[in-house]
Every structure is written in structure tokens, then in C-alpha cells.
Design a protein around this ligand. Structure first.
Ligand SMILES: [Zn+2]
Length: 103
């Protein structure tokens, strides 16, 4: 099997827009497209500490539906379903978007 390259923590130089308390989820992009929201970020791998998956999620805030997600992990590639990284990214967004006085 080929060796994959996942982003390392030290390669994430910019400050994220939203970051989870555990610092394992970092959101760098939030783009509204009509009623949908494009969320782009990085989620730390559980099996490889310090490596981050590039994750995107298309989310509809009004219905709380996850419309589409993409991730560079093996689980997503093999099964195609929203993997735990996509769900984590969305959950961190939801948790932080409800918080008043968000930076
Ligand atoms: Zn994944």
C-alpha cells in the first residue's frame, strides 16, 4: 500500500475561524451558498497523532441536514459514507455557531 501524506499540525500556520476545545478540529472556511453552508477544515486523525485530514461538509443550517461531505481518510474512500471526521467537523461548527460573542 502506498504511503499517504496527511497534513501535519505544523503545516497549519493560519489561525482557524473556529477551533474545538480539544484542538482536534480546526475550521478554516465558512461559505454561504444560498441556504447552504460550505464548511472547510481539518480534523485530527485518531490513529496518527499530529496528522490532520482535510474535510469539507455542505450543511443546511435551517434543516440541520448534512448534504454532502468529503474527507481524505481511508474510511471515506472505501465506504463513501460520511466518516466520523465529517460529522465531527459539522458538530464543532454547530456547537460554536450557537455560542454568542464568538470571535
Ligand atoms: Zn474521514
Amino acid at each position: 500500500m502506498e504511503t499517504r501524506h496527511f497534513l501535519k499540525l505544523e503545516e497549519l500556520v493560519e489561525d482557524p475561524i473556529i477551533e474545538s476545545k480539544e484542538k482536534d478540529v480546526k475550521i478554516y472556511g465558512l461559505t454561504s451558498i444560498g441556504r447552504k453552508l460550505d464548511i472547510l477544515g481539518y480534523v485530527e486523525s485518531e490513529s496518527r497523532s499530529g496528522a490532520f485530514h482535510r474535510v469539507s461538509a455542505e450543511y443546511e443550517p435551517s434543516s440541520k441536514n448534512l448534504i454532502y461531505g468529503n474527507c481524505d481518510c481511508e474510511a471515506y474512500e472505501f465506504f463513501g459514507n460520511p466518516c466520523k471526521h465529517i460529522l465531527k467537523l459539522r458538530n464543532v461548527y454547530i456547537r460554536n455557531s450557537n455560542r454568542p460573542n464568538q470571535k
